[in-house]
Structure formats: C-alpha cells, structure tokens
Design a binder for this molecule. Structure first.
Ligand code: CA
Length: 242
C-alpha cells in the first residue's frame, strides 16, 4: 500500500525521500527548504556524481534533477538511470531554465516523468511532485475515513457522527484526521504537534491541550467526548473502545 496524503499533509510516519540534484546552491537550498516544509526528507546533491553516491546509499522515492549540471548533465544522468534495472523505476522530474518545446520532448523521451521550467512557484512544484508520486503509485489520496458512526470526508471537509455534521475548526479537523487514521495509538503532545501542525511550526505543547479540549467539547455535544482519551503522563489516544 502506498503512503497516504490528505490535502497537503503526509500521514505516514516514514517520510518520502526526494533526491534534489541542482548545482546552484541558492536554488538547491530553496528547494530543500520548501520540500522539507512539505514533509519530505530531502537529500541534496550538487552534481550527478554526488547524486550517484547518494543513490547507491539510499534509493529515493523521486529525483528532482536539474538539466544543466557541470560534468555529466542532468539529462544524460537521467538517461543512464532509466537504462539501469536497479534505478529505472525511480520517478524523475527534470528542472530546466530552458522552456523550449524541443527540450521538453527530449526530456520526456529519455524517460523523465515530468519536466518543469524555472522559475516555478513552490506550490506548483509541490503539486507536480504529488502528481508524479500518485501516478507512479508512491502515494494515494484518501478521501473518506469511516470508523464506527464517525465519517471524515476530506474532499467536502466534513466530519459527521451518524447524519449530524460537526462544526470543527481546520485544526481540529486535521487533528481528527490524524486520530482517525491512527486509532488506539498513544500519542505524545510533541508527536501530535509534529504530525498535525508540522515540524516547521513552532508552537507550545499546551496548544495541543487547548485543541483537544475544544474537540472533546464538540464531541461531547454528541455524548462522545470519551473518543479522545488522556493517557496520563504521556499524551492522548483516540479510541472507539473505552
Ligand atoms: Ca544548473
């Protein structure tokens, strides 16, 4: 089974790894920062040689590859990878400053999965990466989760108990998403902060308590405040069983 993405949040504990091959330091750093914020593990490389070393150590889930690199060009390295039985399945997105249709065709012909012309927005990049990961079966989208009489629909952004719709804030909705995907898992506040709010956000652990309290209050209106349980000295657990 692939990893699950809901909206822009990855809910699998093992992160997807992206190998980013770009010789310009500023662009490479920017890409790494943006992608780490999106929840990916980033492995940076400045040229094909470094990238090959990284690859031999760990096979990434996707390669972002600059077309123009010193030494072996990106497009040449991509061609080699696509001929290599060990690496041919790794999706590749070629990055280029050249926007000519001819280049695009050439890039796709050698087996690249997508092609992006610089400059591009982080949002566009994230969307294209997700599209390629989805197409290659690395991730799958989850639209609806049902547990007992609870249903969470991420497309309609609705949380229901039976046929009653609950009024929850976006944060509480994400919290419920996480809980419903990990029933019975005991989670520390730090862990919840990491998974629900994201690693790049710095907020106090107390914030988790505040949102849990609100969530319980809302669930309590339906007599279900016991769904979110306190695990003393540790954190919280979402469970349908008492
Ligand atoms: Ca370059």
């Amino acid at each position: 089974m692939g990893r699950l993405f809901i909206g822009y949040t990855e809910y699998d504990m093992s992160k997807l790894t992206l190998l980013v091959v770009e010789d310009e330091d500023a662009i490479r750093d920017m890409l790494a920062m943006v992608l780490e914020q999106s929840g990916y593990e980033v492995c940076p490389a400045a040229d094909a040689e470094q990238a090959q070393k990284a690859l031999d150590e760990r096979v990434p889930d996707l390669i972002l590859l600059d077309w123009m690199l010193p030494g072996i060009s990106g497009v040449e390295w991509a061609r080699r990878l696509k001929k290599d039985l060990n690496y041919r399945e790794i999706p590749i997105i070629l990055l280029t400053a050249r926007g000519e249709e001819e280049d695009k065709v050439r890039g796709l012909e050698i087996g690249a999965d997508d092609y992006m012309t610089k400059p591009f927005s982080p949002k566009e990049l994230a969307a294209r990466i997700r599209a390629v990961l989805r197409r290659t079966g690395k991730i799958q989208d989850l639209v609806q989760i049902t547990l007992g009489d609870l249903t969470l629909d991420t497309e309609q952004h609705r949380l229901t108990i039976g046929d009653k719709q609950l009024e929850v804030s976006p944060t509480e909705f994400r919290l419920m998403q996480f809980f419903m995907m990990h029933p019975d898992k005991v989670c520390s506040r730090t862990y919840l902060l990491d998974q629900v709010w994201g690693r790049s956000v710095y907020i106090e652990e107390r914030t988790v308590d505040v949102h849990i309290r609100r969530l319980r209050k809302i669930l309590g209106e339906y007599g279900r405040e016991d769904l979110v349980q306190t695990v003393r000295g540790f954190g919280y657990r979402f469970s349908l069983a008492n």
